[in-house]
Design a protein around this ligand. Structure first.
Ligand SMILES: [Zn+2]
Ligand SMILES: [Zn+2]
Length: 80
């Protein structure tokens, strides 16, 4: 789920009409989906590294919260 939500430029497209990888892909190999490393980036985000070596996604806590499906987060609204 987190892999599919990767906010990096490669996955999302970088503007200029570029299509991100995740917008084209309908499925990803298992190695892409397996989380390998989590690095704290400053005080506001986590950098997630996947087994495939893909580690350019910076997930801010606000963004992670907005993805969280639990009742608490849903109730408080995205990014609260
Ligand atoms: Zn990415
Ligand atoms: Zn939650």
């Amino acid at each position: 789920m987190l892999r599919w939500a990767c906010p990096c430029a490669e996955c999302r497209g970088e503007g200029y009409g570029t299509v991100g990888r995740l917008e084209r892909a309908t499925e990803l190999p298992a190695s892409e989906l397996e989380l390998e490393a989590v690095t704290l980036t400053g005080r506001y985000a986590l950098q997630l590294g996947f087994k495939s070596g893909h580690s350019t996604g910076i997930y801010t806590f606000r963004y992670l919260r907005s993805l969280c499906p639990c009742a608490d987060c849903r109730r408080s609204g995205a990014g609260a």
